[in-house]
Design a protein around this ligand. Sequence first.
Ligand code: EPU
Length: 421
Amino acid sequence: MDAIIITGNGPLKGETFASGAKNAALPILASSLLAEGRHTFRNVPGLADVATMLKVLQMMGCDAERLTGKKKYVCEVEVGPKVTPEAPYELVKTMRASVLVLGPLVARWGRARVSMPGGCAIGARPIDQHLKGLQALGAEIELTEGYVEARAKRLKGGTVTFDLITVTGTENVMMAATLAKGRTVIENAAREPEVEELARVLNKMGAHVTGAGSDIITIDGVDTLRPVDHAIIPDRIEAGTLLVAAAITGGNVLVREAVPEHLEHVIAKLREAGCKVTAEPEGIRCIGPSRIKAVDIKTKEHPGFPTDMQAQLMALLSTAHGTSVITENIFENRFMHVAELARMGADIQVQGATAVVRGRERLSGAPVMATDLRASASLVLAGLKAEGKTTVSRVYHLDRGYERLEKKLRGLGANIRRVKG
Ligand code: EPU
């Protein structure tokens, strides 16, 4: 297993860029099942999770591949006249987002058999809302042998009111509704930029989706959809992580492609913490102060502060002057990085959904490991600030969502390398 070795060496400086958004690419790749023919997706990040989604599509009989050479950010998916509408446990257990094929399969192919994802490191993460939404559109759902079996001759539009806000649940129902007969209204919908991006792609395919980005999305079903050629938006979480790398080292970094409107709360918190953050024509620049100030953070669905940036901000605030309070409102177990940050000298007390972070002037390098993607990123960030050597193992978590993070950080002057294990 690969590891990443970092030796803190002061301020990062220069320019880097945000790759395509993982959490936009995954539903968009799944949406290809809605239309027969050859789809072309551009700016698709080179991530383990994207490879898993391509594998899911291949197992269904689609010709799904990443091109090579200069076209390595292009994925082509050819959907033929037949698919095997099944996502097996072996793949779903490695990536929960595989469940995004459920909506498209039942809408276009009348049947889906998808393994139940089960819990994961950050929480139980049930999919009851996805199922409730599909049932509201007329799908018959059965749970057998760990699989969800969904059937419908043709889905019918209906009103879906989510009990809580769910990103992939909104995406699944939105995709399913594009081919349903009549109008679907999704109430209490997720408002994330990735939901808006999926709606853009569906509309390019010929769907009629309005309201994405607000909490009410309306979809007027059509009979067929056509393949698309689409370039995916930049990854706001990767961009945010790179901004924190500038902040924690007291550096000066321009993250090209980063979209300020996608990161409003993150930018606001970085400013409150004493960073100078500016929107520039090419992206976002962050200049870190000599010492970060403590700030309080509460995660919330978009447009609130993203849970996917909580671990990274915790690393930053571990080095702040003063005490910060971080409240995690989305996932019940997303503080797995706390014990590892403590190994680097951070002073963090957790009680329930709240972490009290008493900032320390110094962190010290240590061997650490993480159990999820964003937790791994937070350890890399802490390593940039720490004195001495930090070895982050289980880097496969990082590779699920960051394309060669160490390469981008090295380009900014960090002393960081990957060792093959
Ligand atoms: N929930 C339910 N029932 C459901 C669906 C969700 O109880 O049917 C609960 C979850 O357990 C959680 C909350 O609702 O407590 C929100 O979960 P949501 O469904 O919004 O999460 P998700 O769609 O599974 C996406 C991202 C995550 C990100 C969350 C929250 C993708 C592929 N994944 O997950 O990304 O943390 O939204 O913003 O879009 C990551 O990239 O590191 C990552 C985990």
